[in-house]
Each structure stands twice: as structure tokens, then as C-alpha cells.
Design a protein. Structure first.
Length: 196
């Protein structure tokens, strides 16, 4: 419960499971007439809570989208990345906070430092897809493929301004588990993968 982000569906599932689990301890007579086949399940509050929360999570996942962010644009002057991926979708997907935090920092690093990569002023399209094993974030933009350094720039490079793009690229590579850049005509896509 504490390691994952929770939306209203997940909070409801946990709350109902806890209430039924506590009812086994507080009022065991409620389950006296349960069929013999189901009696082991209602003999323990832990068993009732666990089974119920699993079933409710499966039911409440119906209608939750696996992807978010289509059509949301973030320009380099904005203060942060796509908020829908970070807040609403991260909670609906039940993601770990550290993973969504790394993804948010990485998208923010790229979008806010677009000028250091010498991109023209433009809008970026940010999309996220989550499959319980990982989060894939695609950032589409018009411009040349970005070169992301895998080494920390030297102090001399940082002093003369040439190292800002290298530092930003290095930070992106450090945050993401896998990084790929795809080009199709004038459009490029920075593909970021985060293990979950």
C-alpha cells in the first residue's frame, strides 16, 4: 500500500478488504453459516483481506487505460512534464513512486533543456505506456536526433557552455534504464524505458 501510488479505485479496494478482514476478528459469528468449502477462507482475517483485495483490484482495473498523454503538449517554457502521466495515470496504474519520480525528472530534464540541445521552439508530445513490468515514455519532437552523452562532462566543458547539453544527456541516461532515439523524416522520438 505504501510503495504504490493509489487512486480512488485502489483506495476503495484496500478499504473494503480491510473492513471485511477486521469483521472476521470482531464479529466471527457473521461467517458461521458459510459453506464448508469456503470455511478456510473465512477462518483468517488475513485470508479474507488478501483474497478480497486481489479480486477487487482485478475488477477495478476494468476501464483503466494502459496509455496516457496522447495529445498533451509541453513546451520548453513550461515548468514541468506531462502532469497526466505523473499524477492521475501513475495512481490509476498503481506505480511505485520512485519509478514515476524518475520518469518525471527525465521528461522534465529533456523538455526544459531543449534549447541546450539546439531545438527550435516547439511543442513536445509526451506519451506513457505502463504494463506492470515497466513504464515506456515517448517524447516526440521536430528536429534532429538528440545525442545523449554517457559520460559526465568535464569542468572545462561546463565552464564554456558546451557541456550543458552533455550534462543534460548524461542525467537522462542516468535516470532511464534504456534510452533510444528513432527518426522518421523530420520527426524524432526519444524512447525512455523505466523498469518497474
Amino acid at each position: 500500500m505504501t510503495s504504490r501510488m493509489l487512486d480512488s479505485r485502489r483506495i476503495l479496494a484496500v478499504g473494503i478488504a480491510m473492513v471485511f478482514g477486521l469483521s472476521v476478528e470482531i464479529a466471527p459469528d457473521l461467517y458461521r453459516d458459510v459453506p464448508a468449502l469456503l470455511h478456510p477462507m473465512f477462518a483468517s482475517s488475513t485470508a479474507v483481506s488478501t483474497i478480497l483485495v486481489v479480486v477487487l483490484n482485478i475488477l477495478f482495473r476494468i476501464g483503466v487505460k494502459k496509455a496516457a498523454g496522447d495529445g498533451n503538449h509541453a513546451g520548453p517554457q513550461q515548468s514541468g512534464p506531462n502532469p497526466r502521466i505523473h499524477g492521475t495515470s501513475g495512481a490509476a496504474w498503481g506505480m511505485r513512486r520512485e519509478v514515476i519520480g524518475r520518469a518525471t525528472d527525465t521528461v522534465h530534464e529533456f523538455v526544459t533543456n531543449a534549447e541546450t540541445f539546439q531545438f527550435p521552439p516547439q511543442a513536445f508530445t509526451v506519451r506513457g505506456v505502463f504494463d506492470e513490468y515497466g513504464l515506456d515514455v515517448d517524447i516526440e519532437y521536430a528536429g534532429p536526433p538528440v545525442e545523449l552523452s554517457d559520460q559526465m562532462p568535464s569542468l572545462e566543458d561546463l565552464g564554456n557552455g558546451r557541456g550543458l547539453a552533455a550534462l543534460s544527456g548524461y542525467m537522462i541516461r542516468q535516470h532511464a534504464d534504456k534510452v533510444r532515439v528513432k527518426q522518421r523524416g523530420a520527426q524524432c522520438t526519444l524512447q525512455l524505458h523505466f523498469e518497474h
